[in-house]
Design a protein around this ligand. Sequence first.
Ligand SMILES: C[S@@+](CC[C@H](N)C(=O)[O-])C[C@H]1O[C@@H](n2cnc3c(N)ncnc32)[C@H](O)[C@@H]1O
Length: 251
Amino acid sequence: MLKKFFNDREKRINNQFKDVKFQKISKAWTKYSLANGYLYNFSWLGIPIIKYPSDLITIQEIIFEVKPDLIIETGVAHGGSLAFYASIQKMYNKKAKTLGIEIDFRSHNKKNCRKIYKKLGISVIENSSVSEEALIKLKRFTKNKKKIMVILDSDHSTKHVFEELKIYSKIVSKGSYLICTDTIVDFMPKGFFLTDWQKKRASHRNFDRGNGPFIALKRFLKINKKFKIDKKFHSKSTITENPFGFLKKIK
Ligand SMILES: C[S@@+](CC[C@H](N)C(=O)[O-])C[C@H]1O[C@@H](n2cnc3c(N)ncnc32)[C@H](O)[C@@H]1O
């Protein structure tokens, strides 16, 4: 009975992904929502989170499937995404660890996260995700871990993401996932991310179409054959910040 349900679901997802009208409406909605700060509407356990709810459900499916004993996310911001991953991890493994790497973990965010992070065993390395210092500290967390999953969500410029992909691809375990977020940047019009709803902040941004994570991802996949794009995860939600961004380590 359930087998039929899952088979039907897979077929439906494939059809929806090929459905031009469905894709067009989804892209228009995504663009409008990005331009209006929709991504900032949600929290987890009282901590703001900057992701589409549909992407969170998808990531939850991956976490449940892989059951990583360590999840690393680069880019913490307010901290809600780490709390979300840790809550799921704790359902199957009380000892599972969740680690963030953030260049600018602000004091008000730190204060807001303190209790929950202590309860859920979440740690944050405060440094650039590609710095020597962060990578030395990271070793302490990866030691003896069997299943490691990584989510890249920090500086979205091509150069930085490419650097992260090279470094963190080595840490991800075979069978687990490397999620390269915000590939959507390269699917929006030129200038979109430099002039959006947060005009002041946008003017400081170093990423935009042509200088985003998807370009880095394509470059990375040409030189690294250990990963393949797992299409089912970006196609099932249609509303995603991460088109083609869910990479499975196959070798
Ligand atoms: C999109 S936000 C992260 C959102 C968060 N993962 C969530 O889902 O709620 C990006 C964060 O990356 C941080 N960041 C930018 N450059 C970085 C770097 N080189 N290393 C680590 N973090 C960085 C920024 O300070 C910002 O807080």
